[in-house]
Design a protein around this ligand. Structure first.
Ligand code: SF4
Length: 341
């Protein structure tokens, strides 16, 4: 492992030549990139008609985290996940809470060269059961995350994406059997919000969620509630109905509290009563596992059996205090909890 400046480049996947330009087909932006220029994510560059990933094996952050921090509450609960991030992002959220790395360009931050073998050995040394690609958007790190994830599988580790879901169908389908679990951000439920606040399209994210479930990937969703922006009863109801009808009532939903950050420092924190309203709406619409995050959640970060109501996982923030489970099922009535143990 070594400290790096720019230069750990590798030919990218998912692009085609169009004259002296290249069209990247990794995410829905489909950037048409002129020679010596980069796509919107800032980490894929056209050089003489070839597209290169500029961040192959370059990490900005590496840390063993509780899996609950991703957040994933139904995937290896109580375990540690060795977590890695690089730089860049393909969305442009005005409220980004990781903007120091998501908006960083090559040369802005010290980056470390890592290899798939080092990813595996760091995970093993930290006692992790999984590796997570997180902190920045893993989609735009595709070539390295998929290669290192395959190495992780060979070593008996599970693999996780914490993602904005802004990925085209072909590269997403390539994650089948490579990525075991995802936490996907659904940042709002109106196209206008995605366009004006995030610089992307809601429809593409929803489709990616649906395909991920179809591929057999364990999916949990995070919806960060921003006051006056994506917190209306109508929007939260429509979101919850979509979860139930398109993904399944057993897909866990994490409503997360906003705090002022980046270009949204003039918006107040999410009031507790708004979070409680979102929780109730989702439960009333039939979402079986709803959680509150970024806030003192009381009992709203615990897991209850949807059949008999038993509290099956008691949490304190990111920590699992106790469980009443029989394998991955409710320890009292045996109901399915959409849980991977
Ligand atoms: S991954 Fe980057 S270069 Fe490719 S389409 Fe998306 S933003 Fe553009």
């Amino acid at each position: 492992m070594s400290i790096s400046g720019p230069g750990n480049d590798s030919e990218a996947e998912f692009y085609a030549r169009e004259g002296d330009k290249v069209r990247c087909s990794l995410c829905p932006h489909s950037c048409l990139i002129a020679d010596r220029r980069r796509g919107l994510c800032g980490v894929r560059e056209n050089r003489d008609g070839k597209l290169y990933s500029l961040i192959f094996g370059l990490a900005s952050s590496m840390h063993p985290d509780p899996i609950e921090k991703k957040p994933l509450f139904h995937f290896l609960p109580g375990s540690t996940s060795m977590s890695f991030g690089s730089i860049g992002c393909n969305l442009f959220c005005m409220h980004c809470q990781n903007f120091e790395i998501s908006r960083a360009r090559l040369g802005d931050l010290p980056l470390q060269h890592i290899t798939p073998a080092e990813v595996v050995s760091m995970a093993k040394d930290s006692g992790s059961k999984s590796i997570s690609w997180t902190y920045n958007e893993p989609t735009i790190w595709h070539e390295f995350t998929t290669l290192a994830s395959k190495a992780a599988h060979e070593a008996g580790l599970k693999t996780v994406y914490v993602t904005n879901g802004y990925i085209q169908e072909a590269p997403l389908r390539e994650l089948k059997g490579v990525i075991d679990a995802m936490n996907i951000d659904v940042k709002g439920f109106r196209e206008e919000f995605y366009k004006s606040v995030c610089g992307g399209r809601l429809e593409a994210v929803l489709r990616a969620c649906e395909i991920s479930v179809e591929l057999g990937i364990h999916v949990e969703l995070t919806y960060l509630i921003i006051p006056e922006h994506n917190d209306s009863e109508k929007e939260l109801t429509e979101f919850s109905r979509w979860v139930v009808s398109k993904l399944g009532r057993g897909v866990p939903v994490h409503f997360s509290a906003f705090h002022p950050d980046y270009k949204m420092t003039n918006i107040p924190r999410t009031p507790d009563k708004t979070l409680a309203k979102a929780y109730d709406i989702a439960r009333n619409e039939g979402v079986e596992f709803v959680y509150l995050g970024n806030v003192f959640a009381g009992e709203k970060d615990d897991t209850y059996c949807p059949k008999c109501g038993t509290k099956v996982i008691d949490r304190d923030g990111f920590w699992v205090r106790s469980t009443i489970l029989k394998g991955s099922r409710c320890g009292k009535c045996g109901a399915d909890l959409n849980l991977v143990i």
